[in-house]
Design a protein around this ligand. Structure first.
Ligand code: PAF
Length: 286
């Protein structure tokens, strides 16, 4: 069945409160649309534990810097709704910009220290926009559970810190990254890649897979692991590396000696497309 399409925050709030009053558990999956199998796996995860699933679709302007790809970000609402029907999603909440940021809007979340490094450094203001919109979406769709993807590893950490720090009454569930069969993490931005760029983008999973193998062979010095990752990215001709780092899984501070739970974070540009990926170092792929 086609999900119900709502665009009013008042209507979606009343809907959620009504079903919760009737004893139902609600799960929300915040997205910016242009859905792919990764998003659908989040909806499926919510479907598995919740009675009612709400997917939000909103391309949030405050998380894009002026030079970033807000205007070219794909908008595919009709197709998204069809895909979500296949996952038995109950409601799609797709507000317009004025519903989220009415005239005079001027209050923002100041995210914590985990937001400052990596994406925070390369995309100043990004996490301020993400946390602000996510907090607003949690207010409008006061679900018991919210599901996010691990592909945006730092985002998931920043949101979990916000939820703890602000005592938000929502449980955060983080689901594994979905990859194409060649290892490339699914992303709405992959559609910008030409076939030649896509094949160069495979340097990104190749880099962290190499690090996992090296770690399994006993190499734990992260300066060696990081420089080998850079070498792979350069040899396979990504156009620019923003970072390729071994970090603590929660603080995201760089570690000097890798442990099984160390996380590898990568961001690189291929053509005009910026891609990010991550992996836990001790979870080697077969
Ligand atoms: O991950 C995303 O798609 C966005 O950052 C989110 C969480 C929907 C906030 O706009």
């Amino acid at each position: 069945m086609r999900p119900q399409l709502l665009d009013s925050s008042r209507v979606v709030f009343d809907f959620v409160r009504d079903v919760q009053f009737a004893g139902k558990k609600v799960g929300v999956v915040p997205t910016m649309g242009a859905l792919h199998a990764g998003h659908l796996s989040l909806a499926r995860a919510a479907r598995a534990t919740c009675d009612i699933v709400v997917v939000t679709i909103f391309v949030n302007p405050t998380q894009f810097a002026p030079h970033e790809d807000l205007s070219r970000y794909p908008r595919t609402l009709e197709q998204d709704i069809e895909l979500l029907a296949g996952e038995k999603v109950d409601v799609v909440f797709a507000p317009d910009s004025a519903e989220i940021y009415p005239p005079g809007f001027s209050t923002y979340v100041q995210p914590g220290s985990v937001s400052e490094s990596w994406e925070g450094q390369y995309r100043p203001g990004h996490f301020r926009g993400v946390t602000t919109v996510v907090l607003k979406l949690f207010q409008m769709v006061p679900a018991q559970t919210a599901v996010f993807g691990r592909k945006d590893y730092q985002q998931a950490q920043v949101i979990q810190q916000m939820v703890r720090d602000l005592n938000l009454p929502v449980a955060i569930q983080v689901e594994e990254t979905v990859r194409d069969s060649d290892g490339l993490a699914l992303s709405s931005r992959n559609r910008y890649l030409t076939p030649e760029q896509r094949s160069r983008a495979l340097a990104i999973p190749a880099a962290w897979q190499h690090v996992q193998r090296e770690f399994n062979h006993g190499i734990t010095d992260t300066s060696i692991l990081e420089s080998e990752m850079r070498q792979i990215l350069e040899d396979r001709q990504v156009d620019r590396i923003d970072y390729a780092a071994c970090v603590h899984p929660e603080t995201l501070e760089r570690v000097s000696i890798a442990a099984p739970n160390t996380v590898v974070l990568l961001a690189a540009h291929v053509g005009t497309t910026r891609l990010i990926d991550n992996a836990t170092i001790g979870n080697a792929t077969p």
